[in-house]
Every structure is written in structure tokens, then in C-alpha cells.
Write a protein that binds this ligand. Sequence first.
Ligand SMILES: *[C@@H]1O[C@H](CO)[C@@H](O)[C@H](O)[C@H]1NC(C)=O
Length: 120
Amino acid sequence: MPRSMKNFSASTFVALAGVAYATASHSPFEINTPSIPIECVPTLITWEGGLAPYALVIQVPDANGTPVQIFSGLRGHDFTWSTNLTAGTAFGLSLIDNKRDVAQSAPATVFPGTSSSCLN
Ligand SMILES: *[C@@H]1O[C@H](CO)[C@@H](O)[C@H](O)[C@H]1NC(C)=O
């Protein structure tokens, strides 16, 4: 085997071992996109990884958009949101952890429900 090939294999092995180690030792910081958020029906928002406390930001029309609601000081891995956005509103979630790492959801849209009583 040519010497350069041997070196390539060794460094590839080291890189792959590093990736495996990182994966095993740190769970990724991720927020789950709510599948069917319904107007004025509480939506359970969940996430994994990161370091508490967390701040959850609801943004329109997606996770890079305008912040419209912020819930800070969250210590668990979930938050029940009142879903007080008008049906049809597109939004996204950003979750900021104590290290200022940011996890973002995919865009979602509020579905109509049977009540609008939670809206101001
Ligand atoms: C939505 O609910 C939050 C509290 O859960 C409140 O701070 C906010 O003003 C409400 N916004 C609207 C548009 O009703």
C-alpha cells in the first residue's frame, strides 16, 4: 500500500472515531416541530439536549422571523404553549440554551380550532 494511502486511512479512522465519540457523549440540541398546533388548544413543545435554563421564542413566519412571544427561565425539556396565535399564522420556534446555543424548529402553521377565546 502506498504510504500516502496508509496515512489517509489512519487519519480517516481518527476522524470517524472523533465523530463517534462526540455523538456518544453529547446529545444534539434539538427542538421538535409541533405537528398539529391548534388555535387556543395547548401545544406541548419538546426538546432534547442543551443546558438549562432555556428561553423559547415564538417567531413569525418562521424560526428566523420576528419574535412575538418569549418564555424564559425554562428548566425542563418541554413547555405547554397556549397556542394563542390566530389560525393560519405561520410560525417557527427558536430555543436558546444557557450556553447561547440555538435550536430551531421547521416552520409550522396554526390550525383552526373551536374557540378563539385565548386571543386578546
Ligand atoms: C399569549 O399568551 C401569553 C402568555 O401565555 C401572553 O403573554 C401573550 O400576551 C398572549 N398573546 C396573545 C396575542 O394573546
